[in-house]
Structure formats: structure tokens, C-alpha cells
Ligand binder design. Structure first.
Ligand SMILES: [Zn+2]
Ligand SMILES: [Zn+2]
Length: 478
């Protein structure tokens, strides 16, 4: 049968893959690089860590789907709450196919809520990185068949390394690739017209073992490196290469295939743990709040109405607000969570926030200029090199009905050196007090490769446009 297959390699670094493929380590990827058409992808600016996969499956950017981080500000409050894919409403593109009678098998595409399919199967968080939902397999027969493989050997890689160590994680990931490869083989042997499967193991190994891959990393662990037969990232990439080889040997030559390297990896060097304090010091220097206001708003106002607001239209599936934390509603601006790669800042804007301190218009523009100027003046205390390379305005990149859920500014850190202590005339010195659990973090570059599919004649393709290429092909093959 003719069919369309999407394979995602979650955060598999395409530059590293190319390097190792050129050395002969990854023969199946080498063949793809030599003979398939490709385009660099354009990931959601500033929000690519949490916003990328929802942009892929919903075919729209974060200002539409609204999901970008596991913890987000509850709009209309000064409180952040844990969010999960179940809190957002956008629909994945495969629902359209399902409604048209096309049999889809969707296997571990990240950050999407389970939606039963009439004609196919949806597998959610069987073995994803950072699973936020319980495993869900919408087809009972397939669920019991998957059960014969045993459970996926780890649920969340942070917990796995905390409980059992990084060496154990590597073993679990290798077992996981083997199980996933077997399960994927079953899906490809069944009568599905469209199969989409995502490998998560490349994501976990990048976060947890980057320091063993990179001898120049300050946390390079020679003991662990000596115990392992090879670079742990290469080890997992080799296993994934073998899994790709198996897919290519099992699908007929006329199968349409798309391979996505979603984003890349580098060292986990960023100033996010310091950003709240930095923003507070900048705000205090520019616009101090009265003591009474501070007292009243810090302790009384922020939590009011959070649960009610969560139950309202914005996050209709949210049954209860989880793990609430306040930001400082007395300040003109504050840092908000945005995973780790880019810092995020939100203005306390009059008319949008409950007790807005910055007026829209000239006041807002002045606030932005102040923040940009101050952040760009931050230096690493030890080397004098800049800590921030760019400050991006959300409105330059993201427009849509859920723009109000997003931060206003993104801080692009200088990812080339560790963050130990930062300094500027305004903030003085702020020292880092802890090191991140994860030693590797994302980089924005991604790339897509296709066989028997046509990519648009552009220099880059936005990740939200990839589904259109797949859907057009699936429909054309009917
Ligand atoms: Zn990640
Ligand atoms: Zn993981």
C-alpha cells in the first residue's frame, strides 16, 4: 500500500548527526543526507522549547495554541501554575484526516492531549521526554500488544537520574529505542495510511549526558566517560540510526517519508535562575513601589480569583490549578517561566494585568527600552563578556488570539559560557547559587528531510507548515 510516514527525532542535533554520519558512524542518516531533499526549519522564536511540538501538530504558532512551558502565568493574575497539554484546546491536524476516513497511527508526538480516533490509534506519552500525562493508547488491541513489550523503561529522565543515576538512564534509553523500533514496525505492518512517530531518546540523552559528550564542559565526568564504551550521545544516535535503517527496510520505495530533526543541543549555559532577581533590581532602580503597596499586593492580591479564572474559557479542561506561585505584582515588570533556553519577561501592563503599572503606549515603549538597555549591559563577572546577546520583542514574531498568554520579551542568553556571576552598574553582582540538573540544553536549529514529498521552494520552512506537506500528500494518495 502507498502511505505517508512522519518520523520525528526529538531534539536530535542535526549538526552532530551530520558530523557523525560523515565519519561513517550513522550510515542510514548518511544516506538520507546524501539523497533526500531538505530544508532548515524555522522554530517559534523564543518559545521553541515548549512551543515547537504544539506548533507542529496544531499548524499554528504559540500566539494561537497558547502553550509554551510546563509552568505559565494564569492570565488576569500574578500567579503561575503548572500546565499540561490537557489544558489547551487546539486540535491536531490528524483529526482532519481521521474525519476524512483516513487511518492514522500517531505514536508519541509530544505535548498533545489524547484524542480518540475513529479510524486509527493515538498513543500519548508511552515513552516521551517530560511526559506530563498518563500513558494513553486509544486502541485496546494495540495497547495489549504493546503491553507484551513491557513498560517503557523510564518515565521522566530527571527522576530516573535522581533515583538511579545517569548510567542507568543511558541503558534505559537504549532499551527504549529498541522497544520503540519494534512497536513502530508493528504500526508499519498494519493498514494505516498515515503513521507519525517521534523518538524521544535523543532529547533525554542531550539533557542528561551532554557533559560526558563534551570534554570541555565544566561538569565533564571522566569517571563516567571511562566506564562507558563510547560518547553516550553517539551511542544513542547509533541506536536511532539502526531504528531508521529498520524503517527504511520495511517500507516500500514509494512510501512518502518526512524526517524532522526538531531542534539542537548545546551546553546548559543560561541566566534564567538569576532573571527574577535581575528584573527586580532593574525595576527597583527605576520605579520603586511604596512600602504599603508592596505589602498589600505581594501578600493579598495575587492569589485572588486564580481558580475561578482557570475554570473560565482560557483553559477549559483545567480542573484545578496546580502548584501555584506568585510573581511580584508590585513591579513594573517581572520574569516569568519559559523553560531554560530563553529568559522571558512580562510587563505589568495597565488594562491587561490586574494592577498594571505600565501604561500602554509611550510608557510601555520606555519600559521596553529600559529593559533592553539594562539586559544588554549585563556582563559575566569573570570574563567581561556579554551575558545577553539579544532581547526579542514577542510582537515582532508572534501574533494571534492567545498572544496575551505569552511573555512580552525574550532574553537570548550568551550560551557560550557558564553563568556563575553577572554584573552591571544597575544590578551590582548576582551570583548563581545552584547548578542545573540538566547539563545540556536546546539550540534553535532544526532541519527537515523528505523522500517522495515536495517541500516549498523557500530557504526555510516554519515548523507549523510541515503538516500541510504531509496532509496534502495523504489526501493526494487517496
Ligand atoms: Zn528539553
Ligand atoms: Zn527526558
Amino acid at each position: 500500500m502507498t502511505r505517508t510516514v512522519f518520523l520525528g527525532f526529538d531534539s536530535m542535533d542535526v549538526q552532530l548527526t551530520r558530523e557523525w554520519a560523515a565519519k561513517g558512524d550513522l550510515p542510514h542518516f548518511a544516506r538520507v543526507f546524501e539523497t533526500w531533499a531538505s530544508l532548515p526549519t524555522l522554530n517559534p522564536e523564543g518559545l521553541l522549547v515548549g512551543g515547537l511540538w504544539p506548533a507542529f501538530w496544531s499548524e499554528a504558532g504559540p500566539a494561537h495554541h497558547g502553550s509554551y512551558c510546563w509552568r505559565q502565568l494564569v492570565p488576569g493574575t500574578y500567579t503561575t501554575a503548572e500546565m499540561s497539554p490537557a489544558d489547551f484546546d487546539s486540535e491536531p491536524f490528524w483529526l482532519r484526516l481521521d474525519q476524512a476516513g483516513i487511518r492514522c497511527a500517531i505514536f508519541d508526538v509530544p505535548l498533545v492531549r489524547p484524542i480518540p480516533l475513529r479510524n486509527g490509534v493515538h498513543i500519548v506519552d508511552w515513552g516521551s521526554h517530560d511526559s506530563q500525562l498518563d500513558t494513553s493508547i486509544s486502541d485496546a488491541a494495540l495497547a495489549s500488544r504493546l503491553h507484551t513489550l513491557g513498560s517503557y523503561p523510564q518515565k521522566r529522565c530527571d527522576i530516573t537520574i535522581h533515583d538511579s543515576g545517569r548510567e542507568h538512564l543511558l541503558t534505559a534509553l537504549r532499551t527504549g529505542v529498541g522497544m520503540r523500533s519494534e512497536a513502530l514496525s508493528w504500526l508499519l505492518a498494519s493498514e494505516y495510511d498515515f503513521v507519525a512517530a517521534v523518538f524521544s531518546e535523543t532529547h533525554c540523552v542531550g539533557h542528561q549526558l551532554f557533559h560526558v559528550h563534551k570534554p570541555s564542559h565544566p561538569r565533564y565526568d571522566p569517571g563516567l566517560a571511562a566506564r562507558l564504551p563510547d560518547d553516550p550521545m553517539l551511542t544513542v544516535y547509533r541506536d536511532i540510526d539502526a531504528a531508521l535503517g529498520r524503517v527504511l527496510s520495511e517500507v516500500p520505495d514509494d512510501t512518502a517519508l518526512m524526517l524532522l530533526f526538531s531542534h539542537g543541543f548545546g551546553a546548559h549555559y543560561d541566566g534564567n535562575p538569576l532573571l527574577a532577581e535581575i528584573m527586580e533590581r532593574i525595576a527597583r532602580a527605576r520605579r520603586p513601589a511604596g512600602a504599603l503597596t508592596t505589602l498589600r499586593e505581594r501578600f493579598l492580591v495575587p492569589l485572588r480569583g486564580v481558580r475561578r479564572r482557570l475554570r473560565r474559557a482560557l483553559f477549559p479542561r483545567q480542573r484545578h490549578a496546580r502548584n501555584l506561585r506568585n510573581v511580584d505584582g508590585t513591579a513594573a515588570w517581572f520574569a516569568i517561566p519559559n523553560n531554560d533556553l530563553y529568559g522571558a519577561v512580562r510587563l505589568n501592563l495597565r488594562g491587561r494585568e490586574p494592577w498594571g503599572r505600565v501604561m500602554p503606549g509611550a510608557d510601555q515603549e520606555l519600559a521596553i527600552q529600559t529593559i533592553v538597555e539594562e539586559l544588554l549591559s549585563l556582563r559575566h563577572e569573570s570574563t567581561g563578556s556579554p551575558a545577553v546577546l539579544r532581547v526579542l520583542r514577542t510582537d515582532d514574531y508572534h501574533q494571534g488570539p492567545n498572544r496575551h498568554l505569552l511573555p512580552d520579551l525574550f532574553v537570548e542568553w550568551n550560551w557560550s559560557e557558564p553563568f556563575v556571576a553577572l554584573t552591571s552598574p544597575t544590578i551590582g553582582v548576582i551570583c548563581s547559587t545552584s547548578e542545573p540538573l540538566r547539563t545540556g540544553d536546546h539550540r534553535p536549529h532544526g532541519e527537515v528531510f523528505v523522500r517522495n514529498l515536495v517541500l516549498p521552494a523557500n530557504e526555510q520552512i516554519p515548523v507549523e507548515s510541515l503538516a500541510d506537506v504531509l496532509v496534502s500528500d495523504v489526501l493526494a494518495r487517496r
